[in-house]
Design a protein around this ligand. Structure first.
Ligand code: 5GP
Ligand code: MN
Length: 334
């Protein structure tokens, strides 16, 4: 948590006169959008307006969240996003910890004269004016709740905030299943339910949103899942042409990598996907126990994230990327 002195400083920065911007990471997920909108609703409850800006578009299954339609998408509104970031007095950086994770917005962030406040749970944070970084907390949305508690503002938590924070915690814990899900997490969830977050509505808004084409795409991926390294590593993949054939939309492949990890004995799953527009391979890693995919992805695939969930990329072909991956596994003796 921020120190008491930092909290006082932050409190004086949070005024209706100051221009406040909330930024979150590239390819925003449930926690990115949930924490950003949760914070926006909190500030609104204090009478303080703020704008949420994301580098690129986010999946349709998150667009039911209160005020999600007002999120500014940098790739569509470059000039507007630039003006807001350049003119900001305070910038909250949520669910990422390095300007390199927000694309073009990162350059504008670095140049901005705003006070930069980091709230994030990823490994190895970079420097910001105020840092609340805790890699043991399962979701940035939970950290927003702790921040609200420390500001003595729990009474301000309303249904909008509760729905957003619940969604962020639910998605980043894989439905309250992953390792860092704690009793504290569940206590906060209980509070959020009391404030109006409805678990069945949120679950079905977020997760019961499959299209037939997404299920067909999943069937294709599952049909050729490969298990290597004595049954310890699962490999999944998709080509650009397959994405096109199934009418891929943002978010359609979310969660596919977890099927690899659900195989008995598998300790690490990797999902390789050709980007639809650019010439690179997007990689998602998931792992169990002490298998550290953050380090692995940082070392070999220009990525990072958490110990048990990380992402990366490669400029080789899909086939070569997977071959390289298998060689790296041997080197690391995973
Ligand atoms: P996903 O596989 O869902 O894209 O990402 C898993 C986790 O790793 C998320 O917390 C995400 O923020 C992080 N992550 C994904 N890609 C990258 C990357 O290229 N660099 C870093 N540092 N983190 C990433
Ligand atoms: Mn997160």
């Amino acid at each position: 948590m921020f120190t008491p002195a930092e909290l006082l400083d932050i409190n004086t920065l949070l005024t209706p006169e100051n221009k406040i911007v909330i930024l979150t990471h590239y390819n925003p997920d449930g926690d990115a959008i949930g924490s950003s909108l949760g914070l926006k609703h909190y500030l609104a409850a204090k009478g303080i307006p703020a704008e949420v800006i994301v580098p690129n578009d986010f999946p349709k299954f998150l667009k039911w969240m209160p005020e999600s339609k007002k999120v500014i998408i940098g790739e569509y509104k470059r000039k507007y996003a630039f003006d807001l970031i350049s003119g900001a007095d305070v910038i909250f950086c949520l669910d990422f910890n390095s300007p390199s994770r927000i694309g073009l917005l990162g350059e504008w962030l670095i140049k901005s004269r705003a006070k930069k406040i980091l709230i994030d749970h990823h490994q190895q944070p970079e420097k910001f004016d105020f840092v609340y970084s805790d890699t043991v907390i399962p979701a940035t949305s939970q950290m927003i709740y702790h921040f609200i508690e420390e500001m003595n503002d729990e009474k301000l938590v309303n249904q909008n905030m509760a729905e957003c924070l619940y969604t962020g915690i639910m998605t980043d814990t894989g439905g309250f299943r992953f390792r860092s899900t704690s009793a504290t997490t569940h206590r906060i969830i209980a509070n959020l339910i009391e404030k109006g977050a409805d678990p069945s509505v949120i679950t079905s808004n977020t997760w019961d949103t499959n299209t037939v084409s997404r299920l067909h795409l999943l069937a294709l991926v599952l049909g050729r899942i490969e298990v290597v390294n004595d049954g310890k590593v699962a490999v999944l993949s998709l080509t650009r042409n397959e994405l096109k054939e199934f009418g891929f939309q943002k978010g359609d492949t979310e969660g596919f990598v977890n099927y690899g990890l659900s195989i008995a004995g598998v300790k690490m799953a990797a999902f390789f996907m050709e980007d639809l527009y650019d010439d690179f391979i997007k990689i998602s890693f998931r792992s169990k126990d002490d298998v550290d995919v953050n380090q692995f992805s940082r070392k070999y695939f220009s990525g990072g994230g958490h110990i048990n969930a990380a992402g990366g990329k490669s400029n080789e072909s899909l086939y070569d990327t997977i071959e390289t991956f298998k060689k790296r596994l041997e080197e690391e003796e995973l």
